[in-house]
Structures are given as structure tokens and as C-alpha cells.
Design a protein around this ligand. Structure first.
Ligand SMILES: [Mg+2]
Length: 213
């Protein structure tokens, strides 16, 4: 069984926000706004400081700030657009999932975020996923032991872009395998607080079928 994180692991969150905000920019192009993107980014960052990103809540905050109640649904439609969301799945993911499935490896999800939006992000991968193996929470770090209990006696691997999550998982059960995915070269190596190191560090999921056998 292999569990994947969603953001920055399966899903290019930077591309999603950039494209989404671009489209919103075009939508507001008839308004006398100097820099709408800066407004979106500010609202997004304030929101992420206290909660997970949520298109409906985001749309609400934008229309309040710009006094444009009528645009609320159009903003939500842009951010929940399935074509946009599908396009942000990293290019290798589909093939990798196919190979893993062929090898008989079960695939699950362990993600933080808004359940509805996260489910939409992985919609194009649904043929590889069982709903009962999809675990999405507002803050997954707090749910590790709950999820692990469901898979007792199974050989489990976790793939995540956050070292801290992998370290916490490892602290719950050191027999688990942890894989860190870093797509961009980090400017400096992550300091491991307790000497923790993931079993593998990779920069693309392409290597996974050879690692997980
Ligand atoms: Mg992530």
C-alpha cells in the first residue's frame, strides 16, 4: 500500500494558483484595478495563514473586498474548473499509477485540505483509487495514528513533499517506509531535527515503480 500526499506531490499547486489567478485577472479586466493578482495573492495568503484554501470562502473574501457580489459564482467556477484541475496533475503521475497498479500495489491518498477541492484535484486519477483509501483532513498531521490503525499489518509507504509529515509518520511507526519528493532542487538540505532521514529522496515520481516492489 502506498499513500500519496496531493499538493506538490501529485498536483502542481503553484501552477493551479497561477493559472487560476490569471483567469480571474482576465475576468476583472474591465475594472479599474491596478493589480488584481496582488489582491488575490494577499487574500490567499491571509487565508492560508489560518485555514485551508477553500474556493467558496476565497470567492466570498474577494467579492467583499472588491464590492462585486455578482461575480462570486464566476470566481468559484474558475477555481473549481475540472479542466484546470486535471491539467495540474504532474505529467508523470498517470503512467506511474498505471505501473504501480500493474505491480499490484494499492494506492491511497493522505492529504490536508478542503475535502471537496482535494477530491476534484484527483478526479482524473479516480480509476486507480478506492474511496475508502482516500483520507483528507483539514490538518492531516493530527490524524496519522487514526489512519495507520486502519492498515495494521500492511506494508506501507508514504510519499510526501514535506519532511515534517514524514518524520511524524515515522515516529508513529518506524517500520513504515517514507519517501520525500522534492521536484525543485532545495536551496539547502532540510535539517533533520532528530536525525530523521526518509528512506528515499526523489525529484520525480517516475522512480517509484522501481523503488516500491
Ligand atoms: Mg504537499
Amino acid at each position: 500500500m502506498i499513500f500519496f500526499d496531493i499538493d506538490h506531490t501529485l498536483f502542481d499547486t503553484d501552477m493551479y494558483l497561477e493559472s487560476g489567478f490569471d483567469r480571474l485577472n482576465q475576468m476583472f479586466s474591465d475594472l479599474p484595478l491596478k493589480n488584481p493578482t496582488a489582491i488575490f495573492v494577499e487574500i490567499y495568503e491571509n487565508m492560508r495563514g489560518v485555514e485551508v484554501f477553500h474556493p467558496k470562502r476565497f470567492a466570498h473574501l474577494v467579492v467583499e473586498k472588491l464590492h462585486l457580489q455578482k461575480k462570486k459564482q464566476s470566481i468559484i467556477d474558475v477555481l473549481e474548473d475540472q479542466t484546470l484541475l486535471d491539467a495540474c496533475i504532474y505529467s508523470e503521475v498517470h503512467d506511474v499509477f498505471q505501473s504501480l497498479a500493474k505491480q499490484g500495489v494499492r494506492i491511497g491518498i493522505f492529504s490536508t485540505g478542503d475535502k471537496n477541492l482535494q477530491q476534484r484535484k484527483i478526479y482524473s486519477l479516480r480509476e486507480f483509487l478506492n474511496q475508502k483509501d482516500i483520507h483528507i483532513y483539514p490538518l492531516k498531521d493530527k490524524e496519522i495514528s487514526k489512519v495507520l490503525k486502519l492498515y495494521k499489518n500492511e506494508k506501507i509507504t508514504f510519499v510526501d513533499d514535506r519532511m515534517q509529515v514524514l518524520e511524524e509518520i515515522f515516529q508513529h511507526d518506524s517500520s513504515l517506509s517514507t519517501i520525500l519528493i522534492k521536484r525543485k532542487k532545495p536551496t539547502r538540505d532540510h535539517p533533520a531535527s532528530n536525525g530523521f532521514q526518509p528512506a528515499q529522496k526523489i525529484n520525480s515520481l517516475k522512480k517509484l515503480p522501481n523503488i516500491v516492489r
